[in-house]
Design a protein around this ligand. Structure first.
Ligand code: DAT
Ligand code: MG
Length: 149
């Protein structure tokens, strides 16, 4: 039998998703694929945290616009847990580029441009750990252990 791979990931509903009233719709999609919400909060990011979050993209031409966008209003940040959660959230979100995002994915169904693509999901175990610590600094190490029901 295949070994299970229950893990945590970090996801966020970016300001356009919140502004457009898509929070419930998006969380429903994660939950109906078996992901569980471990922590969630609505916050407006400051520039410093936003820049740290996307530090790998600092040299890209769209970096400043990206930071303007994700600091433009409240975002729902969350920790999700489940089988292959990191990959699962990115599958549900859909690909980065809008022209590749098929209907059935969040980006395919709702995003209007690559720059404004509604959702984020960590792309690796290392980034999931880094992003969880960045956005939930108040959580203690023991609260971040796997909490399989
Ligand atoms: P993802 O969000 O799918 O992990 P990423 O990490 O490569 O994608 O980029 C982070 C965000 O930056 C992405 O969600 C939207 C924005 N972005 C990426 N490529 C872009 C581009 N070519 N033009 C404008 N914005 C872009
Ligand atoms: Mg990314």
């Amino acid at each position: 039998m295949k070994k299970s791979n229950v893990e945590k990931t970090f996801a966020m509903i970016k300001p356009d998703g919140v502004r457009r009233g898509l929070v419930g719709e998006i969380i429903k999609r994660y939950e109906q694929k078996g992901l569980r919400i471990v922590a969630a909060k609505l916050i407006q990011a400051d520039r410093e945290t936003a820049e740290q979050h996307y530090s790998e993209l600092k040299s890209r031409s769209f970096f400043n616009e990206l930071i303007d966008y994700i600091t433009s209003g409240p975002m729902m940040v969350m920790i999700l847990e489940g089988e292959n959660a990191i990959k699962m959230v990115r599958m549900i979100n859909g690909p980065t580029h809008i022209e590749e995002a098929l209907p059935g994915t969040i980006r395919g169904d709702f995003a209007t441009s690559t720059a404004h693509n509604i959702v984020h999901g960590s792309d690796s175990y290392e980034n999931a750990q880094r992003e969880i610590k960045l956005w939930f600094p108040e959580l203690e190490e023991n609260q971040l252990k796997l909490s399989v029901l």
